[in-house]
Design a protein around this ligand. Structure first.
Ligand code: SF4
Length: 468
């Protein structure tokens, strides 16, 4: 196998050649970055808040068993039911069986990356249960028969013209590209779904251990409909999303909203504690919290544990020059971008190790991450642990020789002189236009400058008037 694999290479090419995607990314991503910077500038002691957020995540993950048990106990004490799903299959089976046993024909769903991860929609539809996405971005993606291409804005790759065509085709909307008219068409279609669905499925941004409270953030209010109108609410939560206290949740919400959408607070921040109580006028009669492991616990106590600190704000995708060039679908995984390249092979069947190479290791992701995950270091870890074995033999031998030379200065100097001499011989008029070996990919799209004389090492040596 080579890296990138032929399938990955072809997805990259498709992304780069897709003019619609390129236009959509160039329109949307820079504005996210500007709003995010402005939001952090306006936050007093922003760096201290980020440090605190990181400390909360580190403490929680280090004591995950304790906080998960407390969370589950508190959910059940307030009338909810908790199901521990070790695998994606167990989570899907539980929800499908629950829906069947209650005679549910249609489910209203709000955004949940975990549901994408475990393939829930597919499992429900295979069981004859209709699932309707109610987050506008997810609704668009569902109509288009595609997968999300961004953690926060799933339809980022679509322009308003594309969405208009979809709505005309599926919702019978008259031709328009006026956003209020398009959202009104979606609202009309979804309103009936909220009223008819017998089960609502949501994700969970944070689960507060001290009271068993679910925290949900959305910008469209659909999360509130999904969790209060249908008689059954199923909340899907990755086990790492627990936080010890309300105070901790408040700190994390401060950095989540700012990093994700540049808002001080997400428009709808909901706190749900247990199912409807007797004296309450609304809310679900049943609450089921499905705690999904799906490989997460394998990584506790390992060097990759820090990836579990992620609060899925999506900022590292926006900052990443590779993501911005190829878009989310090129990764071929539910979680794209820098953090997706780390967590994809950590989850489920562990596929996707080659994604560790979908990065220039420039560090922009680490700089923007609100909980300061050392993403480049973790990507390098993956390369060392697993992805390295996917490299072709010649590349592995080449890297070993490189590492050996880099540890021996005189060998390094000799190899450098030899390589510079070779490049000068191959070049014409100061440029190499058709490279060989690893240089071929470089010169396919731009010329490579031939090393000039004197070489830096010779210049430095003569300046110091001594040997190396
Ligand atoms: S790694 Fe950091 S920046 Fe990326 S999604 Fe997670 S929390 Fe956000």
């Amino acid at each position: 196998m080579s890296i990138p694999s032929p399938a990955f290479r072809s997805r990259i090419r498709e992304g780069l050649e897709n003019a619609t995607l390129q236009e959509a990314l160039q329109r949307a991503v820079p504005s996210f970055l500007v709003s995010r910077s402005k939001a952090f500038e306006d936050l007093p002691d922003a760096e201290a808040v980020r440090d605190r957020a990181r400390a909360i995540r580190a403490h929680t993950i280090a004591h995950l068993d304790r906080y998960l048990e407390q969370f589950a106990r508190e959910v059940e004490r307030r009338g909810g039911k908790v199901f521990w799903a070790a695998t994606a299959r167990e989570a899907c089976d539980y929800i499908v069986n629950l829906a069947r046993s209650r005679g549910v024909a249609m489910v209203a769903k709000s955004k949940s990356m975990v549901s994408e991860e475990i393939g829930l929609n597919h499992a429900m539809e295979a069981a004859g249960i209709r699932v309707v996405e109610t987050d506008l971005g997810e609704f668009i993606i569902q109509l288009a028969g595609e997968r999300p291409s961004h953690i926060i804005t799933p339809a980022i790759h679509k322009r308003r013209e594309d969405i208009s065509k979809l709505f005309q085709k599926h919702l019978g909307m008259p031709p328009t590209d006026e956003i209020p008219e398009m959202t009104a068409a979606a609202r009309r279609a979804l309103r009936q779904v909220f009223l008819d669905a017998r089960m609502g499925i949501s994700g969970v941004n944070f689960g507060i251990a001290e009271t068993g409270t679910l925290v949900l953030v959305t910008n469209e209010g659909n999360g509130r409909m999904v969790t209060t109108l249908p008689p059954i609410h199923v909340a899907l939560m990755g086990i790492e999303r627990v936080v010890p206290t309300w105070e901790d949740a408040e700190i994390l919400l401060r950095v989540l909203a700012r990093s994700a959408t540049g808002q001080a607070l997400t428009a709808y921040t909901s706190f749900l504690t247990g199912p409807r109580r007797r004296e309450e006028p609304d809310g679900p009669e049943e609450l089921h919290v499905v705690l999904v492991d799906n490989g997460r616990s394998r990584w506790l106590g390992t060097p990759l544990e820090e990836a579990l600190y992620c609060i899925r704000c999506g900022a590292c995708l926006n900052a990443c020059p590779v993501y911005r060039a190829i878009g989310g679908h090129a990764y071929g995984s539910v979680y794209p971008g820098p953090i997706g390249s780390i967590v994809t092979p950590m989850l489920g069947d562990g596929n996707g190790a080659e994604l560790a190479y979908a990065s220039s290791l420039c560090g922009a992701c680490q700089e923007i991450c609100p909980v300061r995950i050392p993403i480049p270091d973790l990507l390098v870890r993956w390369r060392q642990m697993r992805a390295g074995s996917l490299l072709p033999v010649w590349e592995r031998i080449g890297l070993q020789l490189y590492a050996h030379a880099a540890r021996h200065p005189s060998l390094w100097a000799r190899a450098g002189r030899w390589a510079m001499g070779l490049l000068r011989r191959l070049g014409r008029e100061g440029w190499l236009r058709r490279g060989v070996g690893p240089l071929r990919a470089w010169t396919a799209v731009r010329d490579f400058p031939v090393p000039q004389r004197p070489a830096f090492r010779d210049w430095w040596t003569s300046r110091r008037g001594g040997g190396e």
